[in-house]
Design a protein around this ligand. Structure first.
Ligand code: FE2
Ligand code: FE2
Length: 308
């Protein structure tokens, strides 16, 4: 309990940094309008012309990825609710939470507009899944408010990578442009949360390294409640959109470097153990990534007929 109170007081003490980072975000972000990026001229009535999978122009893997990313964005009311209990109505964090939610909302709207206009998803199935996902919600248990700032830093970075890679791998100029716009927003969200977490690390490295260890040891994207999440995530992993190697090299390692974990000293025994656990993660993740990659390579080799 004393750790909980200490964590809340610690976060309240960095509210000036939160306000400054939010102002930086407002200055940095170009306000964009999703309707500029949707090929509306392709739109047709679903009543006159019902959806059929043959109408899709993107590969099934990219469509799966976009739908998974979209359903994750759809669940944003639950992300908004995460910070609510910890901050007063006039806190800069409450203001940020509203701004963040509004921006995440545009991502879901933009992706849905694209997928429906271009007939790259089944509109009925998408709506049924949205109903199911938002009703089941997202109820992660975080040990403290500090965990939340560690989690959002890692999650926004992971989302940036996933969105950007979806665009790159789509082989479609419109998807590439749209997903780059969204990924840019995710990058700014990441910079905000990482900035708050950095200030918290400066104030209390011992509590923060323990929070980070809890988060990274149990890290899961907020879409795990989506129907068929594992199957869909596996497709994304195979395609190189998000997988263990990317998680290690583009999320865990950059965050560890940014917060200079290997140079953290004067920690409590629990803090030292947490730091060592995090520093040992890359070796384990890469070992698991290599097993996954060689299994995939064997599968591809089995499917490819040997040349004569
Ligand atoms: Fe988003
Ligand atoms: Fe975001």
């Amino acid at each position: 309990m004393s750790n909980q109170i200490e964590a809340i007081e610690l976060v309240k003490s960095v509210e000036p940094t939160i306000a400054a980072l939010m102002n930086e975000h407002r200055e940095r972000r170009d306000h964009w309008y999703f309707e500029d990026f949707i090929p509306w001229e392709q739109g047709e009535s679903f009543v006159d012309k019902p959806w059929d999978p043959s109408q899709a122009s993107l590969s099934p893997e990219i469509r799966t990825t976009l739908v998974l990313n979209l359903l994750t964005e759809d669940n944003l009311p639950y992300y908004h609710a995460l910070f609510g209990p910890y901050f007063d109505a006039d806190s800069p964090m409450t203001e940020w939470s509203g701004l963040w939610t509004a921006e995440e909302g545009q991502h879901a709207i933009a992706m849905r507009a694209y997928l429906l206009t271009t007939r790259n998803c089944d509109p009925r199935a998408l709506e049924d899944e949205r109903m199911q996902v938002v009703q089941s919600g997202w109820h992660p248990e975080f040990a403290s408010i500090l965990d939340l700032f560690c989690y959002t830093s890692a999650q926004e970075l992971a989302t940036r990578i996933s969105h950007r890679n979806s665009g790159v791998k789509s082989d479609d100029e419109v998807v590439h442009t749209l997903m780059s716009k969204i990924a840019r927003d995710e990058n700014f969200h990441y910079l905000f949360y990482r900035g708050v977490a950095t200030e918290l690390f400066d104030q209390s490295p011992d509590l923060m390294v323990q929070a980070l260890e809890r988060v990274l040891s149990n890290f899961a994207m907020p879409g795990t409640m989506i129907p068929g999440f594992q199957r869909r995530a596996l497709k994304m992993a195979r395609l190189g959109i998000y997988n263990l190697r990317i998680h290690c090299e583009n999320v865990i390692e950059p965050l560890s470097r940014h917060w200079k974990l290997d140079a953290l000293t004067d920690l409590s025994p629990a803090g030292e153990a947490a730091r060592d656990t995090i520093l040992a993660m890359p070796a384990d993740l890469i070992e698991r990534a290599e097993i996954f990659e060689s299994r995939q390579a064997r599968k591809v080799a089995r499917k490819t007929p040997a040349s004569v």
